[in-house]
Design a protein around this ligand. Structure first.
Ligand SMILES: Nc1ncnc2c1ncn2[C@@H]1O[C@H](COP(=O)(O)OP(=O)(O)OP(=O)(O)O)[C@@H](O)[C@H]1O
Length: 794
């Protein structure tokens, strides 16, 4: 199942893979059927269509199940239509909207899936997969009804797959890492805005650029070549000030909504007649005309972009210059627009100005009826202004204003202080609005009707005049799609990435490097958001490689563990979207999945306790982890008894150690540091805290090895203001417990020589791995070593 982290323009396609053929032919129902439910973005954007085609090709479907076409949101291409266009040979089944029921889908999957329901994460990730589950419900219903079979319980292999060419970050991690929204946003109030990565980078100027940035943060890239082309572009922008400022200036000249208007050209509207326009028709005509004005404004800015990019060197900018700026088709279409549209017409945001621009968009003299409609529009508009003047004088209301909005048309706005007593009865629809009163009169209402009708006529005639031009644009829609995509990408790289880096002191951000199989090494990394809040933020490094694939971070409360974990993930995400990172140096093994498990509150929605939520999240990670994953665990097992917690944390670590994934594990459990004495691929680090006169001084500096900080919990509790009598009692209890523990440890603990012997043996085995020995043999030997160690027979 595929999910993109919450893009709005998404829909569901249910695909049944080729293997279904075998199943459907053989109705014993015992074979395992593999279903793929793809949640796909679709709009007129070229690249999204490409994604769909790739995925559909990949699965080679025999049946595509889609909801009815009318469900496509306004302005979007219906999924059904896309299937017709690109997969005419594939059987298409249209099922009623009611069949796409996510609740039913979740129940069916739980019942039919061969895997443990926890592995699918349905409890925790229900919301994230709701579209997939809805499509599952429809697909299963179709199979059962069409083939007259019943799928037996636990016979389906169901997997949740992410996008193939992007890093996947599950919703819990998106939340934990504060990628889009800050944690506890209610707590931080308005100042919370800058506390998420998205808001930190959201200096984009266009809607498409902002959307692209959000989509990138939710699904960073995986392809090193693409990432590097973005980084090359950033290199050039950072080293060429003139280019950077020139580009930011020029991008402002393009309308903000360039990408959004393209869908207005995708469908041919109904034939316009001279009958009275319905509200929807008028709106569509208005959108189409405003879209042409907007394209004209965008094309006018193109020569300026060309001038700025003339000498650009990097692949992206040079390619934009070659394929967009030098493409003569844009000049041709601009010329065609110029033949019909008045040169002075501009894209405007104020409703009345925008509408007036639209009525007068087509050059005078092209259509006689349009000229008459315009005259009538001008006359009624003038009459409305004269009426307002008349009221100003007659009722002594010099501050009476005549605002306009698309819904009401013209209305009066009068400051309340100007109204002595009551308004004359002539004024109707009186509504208080702040310090003003909004109202109308019968005369104004009647003029508004005439004005609106003249405006409607203007739209009809304008649209008729633009028909040929719209057809020409429709033919070249791919060119405009390219232009829109280019503008979004440039907006993201220039206005977001380059702008963010340029606002930091020189060399604070560096270009990351990438490897396929190498280590994850970050030297002096900083938290991208917190470093601007704490002026004295302490940088920290990390090194994880295949030979040392787990880092256990220890340290007392408040020492900086969670911040460090978040910082590493955010640096990787920044790097994989093609941005510089806040570090002295960074080499990154491309990550395909980030999993985080950080302290959660009770999950009231799924009726789970803190411990249960923790275990479900951990189960989800364990069962979906891949070779190139990054797993970040913060204090696993603290929500249950300390012995069970330690046992779970220990065994989870052992499981993760056997994988190629990289793990960073933060914990308070000092006993966990003993893992390093058995497994040479575990590295222990701790956050240094200075304790003087029973006072904790946090240094936020990461040091090698474990470190015992005695009774830091008590010290912190004292700082938090617990009564001294309570602290004293707690102190005496801990000293007694500690004494007992020390005695027990003396009895049970293996002697130092034995630990060192095991450690050296493990190290030798790892060396063997790099000789020509088979990995399985080494693993088995390690396992035996572990067993003997636990049994004390070493
Ligand atoms: N490197 C750093 N430089 C400066 N301040 C930091 C640094 N790391 C963390 N801090 C500050 O210390 C506070 C506590 O950090 P954090 O929550 O990461 O500690 P923790 O060890 O995870 O605590 P706990 O174990 O109680 O969850 C943060 O809110 C942040 O303000």
């Amino acid at each position: 199942m595929e999910d993109d982290g919450g893009e709005r323009s998404s829909f569901v396609i249910s695909l049944i893979e080729n293997r279904a053929k075998e199943f459907l032919g053989n109705e014993t129902c015992k074979s395992t059927l593999k279903l793929h439910f793809l949640r796909l973005k679709y709009d007129t954007n070229l690249s999204h269509i490409k994604i769909q085609k790739t995925l559909l090709h990949f699965y080679d479907p025999v049946v595509i199940i889609v909801p009815p076409n009318k469900l496509a949101p306004e302005g979007m291409v219906g999924v059904s239509e896309l299937v017709d266009r690109f997969y005419a040979s594939v059987k298409k089944v249209v099922m009623a909207r009611g069949c796409f029921d996510d609740t039913k889908g979740a129940m069916l999957i739980k019942n039919l899936a061969a895997r443990e329901p926890s592995a699918l994460g349905l409890d925790t990730y229900y919301k994230q997969y709701y579209l997939c589950l809805a499509s599952a419900s429809a697909a299963i219903k179709w199979i059962e009804a069409e083939k007259g079979v019943i799928i037996t319980s636990h016979s389906l292999a169901v997997t949740f797959n992410g996008s193939f060419d992007h890093m996947n970050i599950d919703t819990t991690s998106v939340h934990n890492l504060e990628i889009v929204e800050p944690l506890h946003s209610a707590l931080w109030g308005t100042s919370s805005k800058k506390r998420s990565l998205f808001h930190m980078l959201k200096t984009t100027k266009t809607i498409g650029g902002t959307r692209l940035l959000r989509a990138n943060l939710l699904q960073p890239l995986k392809d090193i070549e693409t990432i590097n082309t973005r980084l090359d572009c950033l290199d050039e922008l950072m080293s060429n000030e003139q280019l950077f400022f020139g580009l930011s200036q020029v991008l402002r000249k393009f309308p903000k909504e360039t990408d959004r208007v393209l869908c207005h050209f995708c469908f041919k509207p109904k034939k316009i007649t001279n009958e009275v326009l319905g509200a929807d028709d008028a709106k569509k005509s208005q959108m189409l005309i405003s879209s042409i004005i907007l394209l004209k404004t965008a094309l006018d800015a193109l020569p300026l972009l060309s001038k700025v990019l003339k000498d650009a060197q990097c692949f992206i900018l040079a390619n934009v210059y070659k394929s967009v700026c030098e493409n003569e088709k844009y000049a041709d279409i601009r010329k065609r627009i110029g033949e019909v549209i008045d040169e002075d017409v501009l894209h405007a945001l104020v409703p009345f100005i925008a509408r007036t621009q639209q009525y007068f968009a087509v050059k005078a003299g092209i259509d006689g009826l349009l000229d008459i409609a315009r005259r009538s529009f001008c006359d009624t508009s003038e009459a409305i202004h004269n009426l307002a003047n008349k009221y100003r004088e007659e009722y002594k209301l010099p501050n009476l204003k005549l605002p306009f909005n698309n819904r009401r048309g013209f209305y009066f706005s009068i400051p309340r202080k100007d109204i002595q007593g009551k308004l004359p009865s002539k004024f109707i629809q009186v509504v208080k609005h702040g310090n003003n009163v909004h109202c109308s009169t019968l005369e104004l209402a009647s003029l508004n009707v005439r004005n609106k009708s003249a405006a409607g006529e203007c739209y009809v005639r304008t649209e008729v005049c633009l028909e040929a031009l719209v057809d020409a644009i429709r033919e070249d829609i791919l060119m405009f799609t390219l232009l829109a995509e280019v503008l979004c990408l440039l907006d993201m790289i220039v206005n977001s990435f380059a702008h963010t880096i340029s606002t930091k002191p020189v060399d604070r951000y560096t270009r990351p490097e990438f490897t396929d199989n190498g280590p994850l090494a970050i030297d002096a990394g900083r938290h991208p958001i917190l470093e601007s809040i704490h002026s004295d933020f302490v940088p920290n490094s990390i090194f994880i490689s295949e030979a040392s694939n787990m880092v256990i971070v220890m340290g007392p409360n408040m020492s900086g563990k969670s911040t460090y974990l978040q910082q590493v993930c955010l640096i990787i995400i920044l790097a994989q979207i093609g941005c510089y990172v806040p570090a002295h140096f960074a080499t990154i093994r491309v990550v395909d999945l980030i999993f985080t498990r950080m302290g959660t509150m009770d999950n009231l929605e799924s009726n789970s306790s803190t411990f249960m939520t923790e275990m479900k999240e951990t189960a989800f990670i364990m069962q979906n982890v891949s070779q190139r994953s990054l797993i970040v665990m913060d204090e696993l097992g603290r929500a249950t008894s300390s012995s069970d917690g330690l046992a779970i944390a220990w065994s989870c670590c052992e499981h993760l150690l056997s994988l190629n994934a990289y793990t960073i594990f933060a914990t308070h459990m000092e006993n966990l540091s003993k893992l390093a004495t058995i497994y040479p691929n575990v590295k222990i680090l701790h956050f240094y805290v200075d304790i003087r006169n029973s006072h904790l001084d946090f240094k936020f500096r990461l040091n090698d090895g474990p470190k015992h900080v005695a009774h830091y919990g008590l010290l912190l509790a004292e700082v938090a203001g617990l009564p001294s009598s309570v602290i004293e009692t707690a102190r005496s209890i801990t000293s007694r417990i500690t004494e007992k523990e020390v005695n027990e440890m003396e009895v049970n603990c293996l002697n130092h020589n034995q630990i060192m012997m095991a450690y050296h043996a493990a190290q030798r085995l790892i060396c063997l791995k790099y000789s020509n020995q088979k990995e399985d043999a080494i693993r088995q030997a390690l396992h035996l070593l572990k067993e003997s160690y636990i049994d004390g027979k070493l």
